[in-house]
Design a binder for this molecule. Structure first.
Ligand code: A3P
Length: 296
């Protein structure tokens, strides 16, 4: 990390109505033409909602027993390609996905629902969406942007929060993302919509929901093994899951596995910020039945 010449932080621009950086649009033609397979599983999230957690759960459920070497030699971002990414230090996500020999392929995306390549719908793939309450999501995103050189400069917390409320984040507005996927789920039975807060509250219960959605029936012992392996403290010290092998993240600023809590927003929002946020939230979310918990 110390001696590596890093490119300057990317700038945000508008891309089909969504704020993006070039890392997620450079490979756009291949992304839109990506050929999904019917058994592909797409893990879709707004950034910092628990993507890595769910990716790791799925990886253990499918490959924990059949391919144990995968657990010690391949970082999670190579096992579960990030579809729209083109970071230049790794092959683009589409290429990594095309090269995956394991089946089913687990593929990660942060794309808002309207930008997902049409092949995933044509092939009727299963999709696991994870959503996290806006305040904790914003806090986690702030620390991530501080430590990740491949993200735009976050600025100070107050400015960042305003940008979050304005939807000027990489992958656009949190409000549009979570509600867009929620609406899609109402008419599409192959989407499982999970909440980060539920997963923290009772990982075993959410694991059961996942297994039933995926048609898996692991033994009680196997389920317990997965539940233990994906606990925050275990993932934090697992170099194949904690991103410590990534070159553009500076863990001295903030670790990737930072706190893993519900309600950490209380340590960041002032009372005034919280009130203003809630006021604005009510307006932005007035047309949806979608409800989040900011504490558990
Ligand atoms: P915090 O920054 O609040 O700690 P993503 O994978 O989408 O980038 O999300 C990262 C967030 O999920 C971070 O939140 C991270 O700590 C949290 N996370 C990752 N693994 C977790 C786990 N096993 N349990 C709880 N939270 C987890």
């Amino acid at each position: 990390m110390e001696n590596m010449e890093l490119p300057p932080r990317p700038k945000l621009f508008d891309f089909h109505g969504v704020s993006m950086t070039h890392y997620f649009t450079d490979n756009w033609e291949n992304i839109q033409n990506f050929q999904a397979r019917p058994d592909d599983i797409l893990i879709a999230t707004y950034p910092k909602a628990g993507t890595t957690w769910v990716s790791y759960i799925l990886d253990l459920l499918y490959f924990g027993q059949t391919a144990p070497e995968r657990q010690t030699s391949l970082p999670i971002y190579e096992r579960v390609p990030f579809l729209e990414s083109d970071f230049h230090i790794l092959p683009p996500g589409t290429e990594l996905a095309d090269k995956l020999s394991s089946s089913p392929r687990l593929i990660k995306t942060h794309l808002p629902v309207q930008l997902v390549p049409k092949s995933f719908w044509e092939q009727n793939c299963r999709i696991v969406y994870v959503a996290r309450n806006a305040k904790d999501n914003a806090v986690s995103y702030f620390h991530f942007d501080r430590m990740n050189q491949a993200q735009p400069e976050p600025g100070d917390w107050n400015n960042f929060l305003q940008r979050f409320m304005d939807g000027k984040m990489v992958f656009g507005s949190w409000y549009d993302h979570v509600t867009g996927w929620w609406e899609k789920k109402q008419s599409h039975s192959k989407i499982l919509y999970l909440f980060y807060e539920d997963m923290v509250e009772d990982t075993g219960r959410e694991l059961d929901r996942l297994c039933s959605f995926l048609g898996l029936s692991p033994s009680a012992e196997e389920k317990e093994r997965v539940r233990g392996g994906v606990q925050f403290d275990n993932m934090k010290k697992n170099s194949m899951a904690n991103y410590s092998t990534d070159k553009v993240m500076d863990f001295k600023i903030s670790p990737f596995m930072r706190k893993g809590k519900v309600g950490d927003w209380k340590n960041h929002f002032t009372v005034a910020q919280s009130e203003q946020f809630d006021e604005d939230y009510k307006k932005k979310m007035k047309n949806t039945q979608l409800r989040f918990r900011g504490t558990i």
